[in-house]
Design a protein around this ligand. Structure first.
Ligand code: FDA
Length: 506
């Protein structure tokens, strides 16, 4: 049977065969379910009908990854790599063919070198662990990655990774200077030995198509002693729509030290008009790399309509702002950043868009109507510009740069399985409504906000270039073809594959 053959292969590929029992879980292992579920973030994939992995490998050494790859190949098993399981469509732990998971949560050491302004971080670490480790060494350094502290380094870095200082420093992927990967032959490669093509591909092209990246060397970036945050909120009745129109024109042009995003959600209306007790609330949230006086004066000049006052702002250290944007109190101990148990539990569906011009006033009015009718999705509008416009579209595989004024993440959460259909349909209607207002040919999307509605490979994963082009163009624009070339060179038999992996040329 596959099980016996895999177990034999795995043990014989280890230096110490008895290590197998520590790192390999079968469906009979007592901790199989708890490990499997430990980083399932999306409850859509936490049910009995989802096919379960035959094995879970929890490497504590790179040789365990090498053995897992060699033996999966020999036994016809697909491999899913999981760093912290935040993939919106569960691609790191769900498959509909026989498969195993390589779960990297034990490979999460971080070494920060302040003198050389760099750090080596293993893929199984979370963003919170990385921020914590940097702050332990110095409060004057940070890293430009995402806001949620439980997100995993492996998926996040390889898909791009943006956060509150990306207008100043670019994406997490823009700040990677070396990486270590186990390839399809079980060989360990570094930047030098993998070559610049593969190193280019794993920065924004997603890691899962190319191998198992187990460690990254990143540039850490300077942050000032004091940063300033604010969050001002307006309902439609309080003039949110005019502010949002203005925001669309200014947010991407603000000084690169200012990050000012807008979050739209449905809220109870206190000043109920026309019999409705619901309204749309727009929150303008900001991080500024500097003190409050300068921020207020910058915004009074470029966005006076926001009416920002000193009292709306709070000064803090950069690492406290990490707590703030991750949803913790700034008074919390920094150790909350080490908690890997998810801050979010529930069912979710997300989609994304890029905009090259503002949505018209009528477009926004229609959007508010849709939001009030639908199942309460949240829209997060992230301004681009700054450093993002200076880096070329083809510098790394992530392509969404100059010309984009902002990106939208549409996100909907729910608690009960029987509401799934309703929420997903609602999300699709909203996405359809937005079509005239967003980027076209392609209607671009962000890989890290994975959306299988955009298209998927055949079940066995062997899709043609033409089939995959449909979604590949949306995620990677003109970089898609080069990604296929790299994939064809490094994994010609398409071993590393999933529903949206990069295909190979025939
Ligand atoms: P996961 O382990 O699920 O992996 C995601 C994908 O990468 C899978 O295909 C997986 O196989 C592959 N992969 C993972 N590790 C790999 C490795 N070592 N080698 C090769 N392939 C590997 N994004 C953002 O840019 N900014 C943000 O602020 C946020 N915030 C956020 C909050 C929450 C609650 C969620 C659920 C998601 C986000 N994201 C985000 C999106 C996030 O960046 C995206 O889901 C990442 O891919 C998650 O990385 P994980 O390692 O956690 O996911």
């Amino acid at each position: 049977s596959t099980e016996v053959s895999f177990l034999q292969c795995f043990s014989s590929n280890l230096q110490h065969p008895n290590e197998a029992s520590n790192v390999l879980l079968t469906t009979n292992s007592s901790n199989y379910s708890s490990v499997l579920q430990s980083s399932i973030r999306n409850h859509r994939f936490l049910n009995n009908s989802t096919l379960k992995p035959q094995f879970i490998i929890t490497p504590s050494h790179v040789s365990h990854i090498q053995a897992a790859i060699r033996c999966s190949k020999q036994n016809g098993l697909q491999v899913r790599v999981r760093s912290a399981g935040h993939d919106y469509e569960g691609l790191s732990y769900v498959a509909d063919v026989p498969f195993l998971i390589i779960d990297l949560f034990n490979l999460r050491s971080i070494r920060v070198d302040i003198e050389n302004e760099s750090a080596w971080v293993e893929s199984g670490a979370t963003l919170g662990e990385l921020y914590h480790k940097i702050a332990e060494k110095s409060k004057l350094y940070g890293f430009p990655a995402g806001s949620c502290s439980t997100v995993g380094v492996g998926g996040h870095f390889s898909g791009g990774g943006f956060g509150t200082i990306f207008r100043k420093y670019g994406l997490a992927a823009d700040n990677i200077i070396d990486a270590k990967i186990v390839d399809v032959n079980g060989k360990i490669l570094t930047r030098k030995s993998m070559g610049e093509d593969l190193f280019w591909a794993i920065r924004g092209g997603g890691g899962a198509s190319f191998g198992v990246i187990f460690s990254w060397k990143v540039k850490i970036v300077p942050v000032p002693q004091t940063v300033t945050v604010f969050n001002v909120r307006y309902t439609l009745e309080q003039g949110a729509s005019k502010l949002l129109q203005k925001w669309q024109n200014v947010a991407h042009e603000l000084d690169e030290d200012i990050f000012l995003h807008a979050v739209l959600e449905v809220a109870d209306s206190t000043t109920s008009s026309a019999g409705s007790n619901k309204t749309v609330l727009v929150s303008f949230g900001s991080l500024y790399l500097g003190g409050v006086e300068k921020l207020v004066s910058l915004l009074q000049e470029s966005f006076p309509q926001l009416g920002l006052m000193r009292e709306n702002c709070t000064e803090m250290t950069w690492i406290q702002s990490v707590l703030y944007f991750a949803g913790f109190s700034t008074k919390d101990s920094l150790n909350v950043l080490l908690d890997r148990s998810t801050q979010y539990k529930g069912f979710l569906k997300a989609k994304s868009d890029y905009l090259t011009k503002p949505v018209s006033e009528t477009g926004l009015e229609g959007l508010y109507r849709i939001l009030l009718e639908e199942e309460a999705p949240v829209l997060i509008l992230t301004p681009y510009g700054g450093r993002m416009s200076e880096i070329s579209d083809s510098e790394i595989a992530f392509p969404h740069r100059k010309g984009n004024i902002y990106a939208i993440q549409y996100l909907t959460n729910w608690d009960e399985e029987d509401e799934t259909e309703k929420h997903i349909s609602s999300m699709r209607r909203l996405y359809k409504y937005m079509k005239p207002y967003v980027s076209k040919a392609p209607r671009a999307a962000y890989l890290n906000y994975r959306d299988l509605d955009l298209g998927r490979n055949n079940n066995a994963g062997n899709s043609s270039y033409a089939q995959a082009y449909v979604w590949g163009l949306k995620y990677f624009k003109n970089n898609f073809k080069r990604l296929v070339r790299v994939k064809t060179a490094v994994d010609p038999d398409n071993f590393f594959r999933n529903e949206q992996s990069i295909p190979v040329f025939p």
